[in-house]
Design a protein around this ligand. Structure first.
Ligand code: MLT
Length: 269
């Protein structure tokens, strides 16, 4: 893991292999290790770059940032800075899960020339409903009072398909450890940022890079039906539904996700 200084903080990033760069951006409130199966699979033939977003995992932020909010745009700016710092000098395949997908829209909007293709896993384009935004602000207060376990308790049962939670409980344990490893301030600041994120549906018709959308069949947070709608709005995109998986499809059914990514990489060259 390298640690890169960016304005107001330090970003931890794992970079492995040579070739086409794939930027793996984790979901909330996790860290880069959710992509371990993909780093193992693609870190030989591609350049796998897997950062911890500001405030998560091994990335830090200043106290001033911690008291405010972390926006999807700020995360995109950090990613742009670290790609430059580690000399990624060609457009990346941006692979984001859930919140990583929210960041992908902002990265594409701001840094179009640096995007070769998009892989969007278990995510959405729409912003929060007023109810969802209010729920996030409430959870932010709970996390600041009770610690990261409040986020783990609120989210864990919805992250993983019930079938997988029963047959592979170690995935739930890994996710819990990732969540508990993050600071309450970062989790709260990110909840505030997600609550305010823009609706990106209007930009779908103008997405002009090859796009693969992936979703677990049991995803309760960003359901497959909603992702299909997003796929329909992106010209030429491809949608793959992953069996035996919920919201964390890259961890729950890594074989199926890696096969879909591999076929997509062959198609985009
Ligand atoms: C995530 O996995 O990143 C979160 O579920 C996103 C969200 O809460 O909208």
């Amino acid at each position: 893991m390298q640690h890169i200084a960016v304005p107001n903080g330090t970003i931890g990033v794992l970079a492995q292999g040579k070739g086409v760069p794939i930027l793996f951006v984790h979901g909330f409130p996790l860290n880069h290790s959710m992509w371990q199966s993909q780093i193992d699979a693609f870190g030989q033939t591609c350049r796998a770059v897997a950062p911890d977003l500001r405030g998560f995992g091994e990335s830090n932020m200043t106290a001033a940032t911690a008291t405010s909010k972390l926006t999807m745009e700020a995360f995109a700016d950090d990613l742009h800075a670290i790609l430059q710092a580690i000399n990624v000098d060609r457009p990346v395949i941006f692979c984001g899960l859930s919140m990583g997908g929210y960041v992908a829209w902002q990265f594409l909007r701001k840094f179009r020339a640096q995007v070769k293709a998009l892989i969007l896993c278990d995510t959405r384009a729409a912003g929060d409903t007023p109810e969802a935004a209010a729920g996030r602000l409430k959870l932010a207060e709970q996390v600041l009072t009770l610690g990261p376990s409040a986020a783990a308790d609120a989210m864990l049962s919805r992250l993983v398909s019930p079938k997988i939670a029963e047959s592979r409980p170690e995935i739930v344990s890994e996710l819990r450890a990732m969540i508990l490893g993050n600071s309450p301030a970062a989790i709260a600041a990110t909840l505030r940022g997600m609550a305010e994120r823009p609706d990106c549906t209007p930009m779908l018709a103008s997405v002009d890079v090859p796009t693969l959308l992936i979703c677990g069949e049991d995803d309760k947070i960003t359901p497959a039906a909603e992702m299909r709608t997003v796929a329909h709005a992106i010209r030429g995109s491809q949608f793959v539904e992953i069996p035996n998986a919920g919201h964390m499809s890259p961890m729950e059914n890594s074989n199926a996700v890696n096969t879909a990514i591999n076929q997509f990489l062959k198609a985009v060259g």
